[in-house]
Design a protein around this ligand. Structure first.
Ligand code: AMP
Length: 210
């Protein structure tokens, strides 16, 4: 099962991806996570990417496409994968299709998690992430991860001004992918404006019927 997860930043793609990983045993490939890891290690890629990420802009297509192609070459993707946060532009989607075709593969389903923009702003500015296990939580949880005891922190790009720009970038550059996958006949939509378990139930029903 080769999946693409679509949705605005903060729609809950990462959280749903983690449920899919547990249920189906396929890896999550999050370009945001790969880039944040490069930033925290201070690699040349990280130094290049950080300026775009801090502003809420997209990292250039050629950089991200290269990362994903490398990752898709790893053995753990043989049984399938979930792309989370990629593609984010039509060019990325076309390059992805071409790279997969060369490997004799294709995207089976694109799942869009739909959430109202104001809900997203409220969610993201309150979002906290565990430095150790990566679990997503909320400011109301305090400063310590209730699962692993790691430090909860606010991502640099989760402040309100950057969140607004990320939503504008989503509308302009990423939302057209809804039509791209609809035209390909593989788009599925879920209402992400509900609690995580309700959304997950819909996602699971959908995936089991693919
Ligand atoms: P995310 O964690 O998916 O919200 O991504 C955080 C940031 O990483 C984005 O705001 C972009 O700056 C960058 N990024 C992640 N994925 C991509 C992508 N597919 N194309 C371009 N930039 C990306």
């Amino acid at each position: 099962m080769n999946l693409v997860l679509l949705g605005a930043p903060g729609a809950g793609k990462g959280t749903q991806a983690k449920h899919i990983v547990e249920e189906f045993g396929i890896p999550q490939i999050s370009t945001g996570d790969i880039l944040r890891c490069a930033v925290s290690r201070g690699t040349p890629l990280g130094l290049e990417a950080k300026k775009y990420m801090d502003a809420g802009d997209l990292v250039p297509d050629e950089v991200v496409i290269g990362l994903v192609k490398d990752r898709l070459g790893a053995g753990d993707t043989e049984g399938g994968f979930i792309l989370d946060g990629f593609p984010r532009t039509i060019v990325q989607a076309e390059e992805l299709d071409a790279a997969l075709a060369e490997m004799g593969k294709k995207i089976d389903s694109a799942l869009s998690v739909d959430v109202d923009p104001q809900v997203i702003i409220d969610r993201l500015t309150a979002r906290r992430t565990c430095r150790d296990c990566g679990r997503i939580s909320n400011i109301s949880e305090g400063e310590v991860c209730s699962v692993c005891g790691g430090e909860l922190y606010q991502r640099d790009d989760d402040n309100e001004a950057t969140v607004r720009n990320r939503l504008n970038v989503y509308d302009a550059q990423t939302a057209p992918l809804i039509d791209y996958y609809e035209d390909a006949g593989i788009l599925h939509r879920v209402n992400g404006d509900r609690d995580i378990i309700a959304v997950w139930q819909d996602v699971l029903d959908l995936l089991k019927n693919l």
